[in-house]
Design a protein around this ligand. Structure first.
Ligand code: PEP
Length: 298
């Protein structure tokens, strides 16, 4: 059962009208695989939604970065799902780690938002992911499963949901995950869906990755001529804080700091993992390399 590759661009709280027009113009001019191969969804700040919606090429879609948990009304500063539908915005990102941590959005609150957005006809990019403390305590899957459970409990139509695994420790921290680490959690999440929803939902739901990633292709440039498998082994040894030789350790340290979020250079290797069905891209979605990331679907 094929899962169409999905590339989301989260522009976060950045940009001016001029910058947004430039990004849209770059996207409109780009030669990318067709909608049959890759689904592209960009998510500008609320105030730019009409501008982007009205000027973006029709094969790319638009998402809001959040919406209110129920019907609109006396909720100053909020934007309701109905308003997004009224503007013709088909998607919304919910449960992003920045909202979970900075605005204290709980698993249940995110689950309620997902339920309401779906009930109004929006499609949802639902984000989950563990913090560094949680990973180091060995509770990654427990945390991610609890977040997914609160969402799954409220979802009846999984065709309208994309799950985004975004390890919080790999967003803007200088710490990086490897494609193997991403694949491991994606695969566990798919098993969770299989056991707790249905085999069909597990097989068809897209699970996309967001956050910093380090790939062997980048690593090899730093520790050549180490063969591929050895490089991978060395990288794991380094991550696990096991012994590795001083010069290599120093190079890896530089590498760790140099490696970035999903970008044009690392997306192919990550996208080739069997349970990685695309990406949610932050910083790089504002740059021309977003086009290369979309092309990773080819
Ligand atoms: C994000 O915050 O959704 C994200 C993936 O950010 P970045 O790509 O900038 O790490």
């Amino acid at each position: 059962m094929g899962r169409k590759f999905f590339v989301g661009g989260n522009w976060k709280c950045t940009g001016t009208t001029e910058e947004v027009k430039k990004i849209v113009s770059n996207l409109n001019d780009a030669q990318v695989p067709s909608f049959d191969v890759v689904e592209v969804v960009v998510s500008p700040p609320y105030v730019f939604l009409p501008l982007v919606k009205n000027s973006l090429r029709p094969d790319f879609h638009v998402a809001a970065q959040n919406c209110w948990v129920k019907k609109g009304g006396a909720f100053t500063g909020e934007v309701s799902a109905e308003m997004l539908v009224n503007l013709g915005i088909p998607w919304v990102i919910l449960g992003h780690s920045e909202r979970r941590s900075l605005l204290n959005e709980s698993n249940e609150f995110v689950g309620d938002k997902v339920a309401y957005a779906l009930s109004q006809g929006l499609k949802v990019i639902a984000c989950v992911g563990e913090t560094l403390e949680q990973r180091e305590a060995g509770s990654t899957m427990e945390v991610v499963a609890a977040q997914t459970k609160a969402i799954a409990a409220r979802v009846s139509n999984w065709a309208d949901v994309v799950l985004a695994y975004e390890p919080v420790w790999a967003i803007g921290t200088g710490k990086v995950a490897s494609p193997a680490q991403a694949q491991e959690v994606h695969s566990e999440l798919r098993k969770w869906l299989h056991a707790n929803t249905s085999p069909e939902v597990a097989a068809t739901t897209r699970i996309i990755y967001g956050g910093s990633i380090s790939t062997i292709a980048t690593l090899r440039k730093l520790i050549e001529p180490v063969p591929y498998s050895e490089a991978e082994h060395t990288l794991f040894a380094f991550r696990d804080r096991r012994y590795c030789s001083e010069p290599i350790s120093k190079k890896l340290m530089c590498f760790s700091h140099a490696a970035g979020s999903v970008n044009g250079a690392n997306c192919k290797e990550l996208g080739a993992k069997p349970d990685v069905d695309g990406f949610l891209v932050g910083g790089a979605s504002l740059k021309p390399e977003f086009i290369d990331i979309i092309k990773a679907a080819e």
